[in-house]
Design a protein around this ligand. Structure first.
Ligand code: GLN
Length: 238
């Protein structure tokens, strides 16, 4: 069995080690004898029909503007996949653009894909630093944020987590990210998956369950190093 990972716009949208998340997924599959195929999607490409996991990373406002038009073209297909429970991880820039729109701090309105019910407004002050959140499903999650956009969810009850330290979605309402069906949207770079292996395994497990239509229990891995990385990130002052 091969898990097909769709990496959205890796050339433009890949800040603060976000590509490391794709490598973490690949490695955690390999260690369990599961094959992976990484499909790099760039503007103008076709999205294949057999995508098992969707990944998108962060990018500057100018990069977000560059992919805006193409994203509109593939938005219906992405939306259908998310509605059909395809697992996805979208970070910062792509997280914002999976929402309704991002109005930058210069007043430019970038249309989103309308998959997640949220909007983002750019402010002059950037929200930068280490973040610790508490999530109902994965416990403590750690990462690093750097964004001017402040994101507001239509339904705060489906936030990915609650902010313990850092800013999260907007620095005001203590929400961080979103969890909608099997799609996790978050501001956390880092990359997030190596330091939070439970989140990585959630994506892999859901991909396998969708493929086999059966509950899957993943083989446990030795996560001693991952736990160490998590702990040291959690202790770092903001
Ligand atoms: N350009 C967006 C912002 O500043 C996203 C930044 C990012 O992906 N880190 O809000």
């Amino acid at each position: 069995m091969t898990i097909n990972i769709l990496h959205l716009y890796p050339a433009e949208m890949n800040l603060y080690g976000d590509h490391g998340n794709v490598l973490a997924l690949k490695k955690r599959c390999e260690w369990r004898g599961i094959k992976t195929k990484i499909i790099n999607y760039e503007p103008g490409d076709e999205i294949p029909d057999n995508v098992d996991i969707i990944f998108g990373g962060g990018g500057q406002d100018s990069s977000q503007s560059k992919i805006e038009k193409d994203l509109q073209k593939i938005a219906p297909k992405l939306k259908e996949m998310i509605e059909n429970n395809t697992p996805a991880l979208v970070i910062c820039g792509i997280y914002q653009l999976f929402g309704n729109y991002f109005e930058t701090n210069t007043g430019q309105k970038i249309q989103g894909a309308g998959i997640l019910d949220l909007y983002t407004k750019g402010e002059d002050e950037r929200l930068i630093g280490n973040v610790v959140i508490n999530t109902p499903e994965f416990g403590e999650v750690v990462g690093y944020e750097n964004h001017s956009g402040q994101t507001f969810l239509a339904d705060e009850s489906i936030a990915f987590g609650t902010v313990i330290s850092g800013a999260g979605n907007n620095g005001k309402d203590f929400t961080e990210g979103i969890k909608y069906h099997n799609c996790i949207g978050t501001y956390l770079h880092g990359p997030i998956l190596p330091k939070n292996p439970r989140v990585a395994d959630f994506l892999i497990r859901k991909a396998l369950e969708n493929k086999t239509k059966k509950f899957q229990k993943l083989e446990p891995l030795n996560d001693a190093l991952e736990r160490k990385a998590h702990k040291s990130a959690a202790k770092r002052p903001r």
